[in-house]
Ligand binder design. Structure first.
Ligand code: GSH
Length: 223
């Protein structure tokens, strides 16, 4: 598929990382444009006026926002080496769980990181309840997308090995441990051992500083 591909991203964004993994898995050549989410560029505001967030994929001058939407677009546009299942029920379920990880697991993890006291305890409990569904989903499988190779759902869940332990450290809490979540942690290990995934893991200190900053901002707004 011809046409210039540009990714407006941010190095420490887990949402951008999943898009970069997908582009690399598909062997798509692209230009990467780093944005500053604390001082957004006119290019980002022009291409994502609705949410004003990275990532935005620009293909043939057409902008596509929202990382999960972008993953689907990439899969349909460069359609060898499929990321999404071919079976329509399985494909629907992949979308369901990807939405679940963003809207429940990730949001509850972030909430637990910035809340304090009883509210924090409640957020930790509901995050762990959500992670328990992922633990069940991955049991008996090497990858979320099957046994032989990673796909869309692994990329969507990729934030877990990428930054869950960093958010846990910033939030002074432990959500996912080896005792309760052995299969999820084994998957995380298998996933990050894949060379293409490992190559695009931002340095830990950059991620720590980023989450420290946004958790701090959220706490100060909360007071
Ligand atoms: N649901 C969006 C989330 C994107 C997102 O939250 N991006 C962050 C960077 S990690 C951002 O641009 N934040 C700027 C802001 O919230 O104003 C997606 O999946 O792409």
């Amino acid at each position: 598929m011809a046409g210039a591909v540009k990714l407006i991203g941010s190095y420490t964004s887990l949402f951008c990382t999943r898009v970069e993994w997908a582009l690399k898995l598909k062997g798509v050549q692209y230009e990467y444009v780093e944005d500053d989410v604390f001082n957004k560029s006119p290019l980002l505001l022009k291409h994502n006026p609705v949410h004003k967030k990275v990532p935005v994929l620009v293909h043939d001058d057409k902008p596509i926002p929202e990382s999960l939407v972008i993953l689907q677009y990439i899969d349909e546009t460069w359609n060898d080496n499929n990321l999404l299942p071919q079976d329509s029920y399985e494909r629907a379920m992949a979308h369901f769980w990807a939405k679940f990880t963003d809207e429940k697991c990730l949001m509850e993890t972030f909430t637990a990181a910035y809340k304090e006291g009883e509210e924090k305890e409640r957020a930790i409990e509901s995050a762990q309840e959500s992670f328990a569904f992922l633990e069940k989903l991955i049991q008996g499988k090497k990858f979320f997308s099957g046994d032989d190779k990673i796909g869309y759902l692994d990329l969507a869940m990729g934030w877990i090995p990428l930054c869950l332990d960093i958010i846990e450290e910033v939030g002074d809490m432990k959500l996912v441990d080896a005792e309760k979540f052995p299969s999820l942690l084994e998957w995380a290990q298998n996933f990050t051992e894949i060379p293409l995934i490992k190559e695009r893991l931002p340095p830990r200190d950059a991620l720590f500083n980023y989450f420290h900053k946004i958790v701090g901002l959220k706490r100060s707004k909360n007071h």
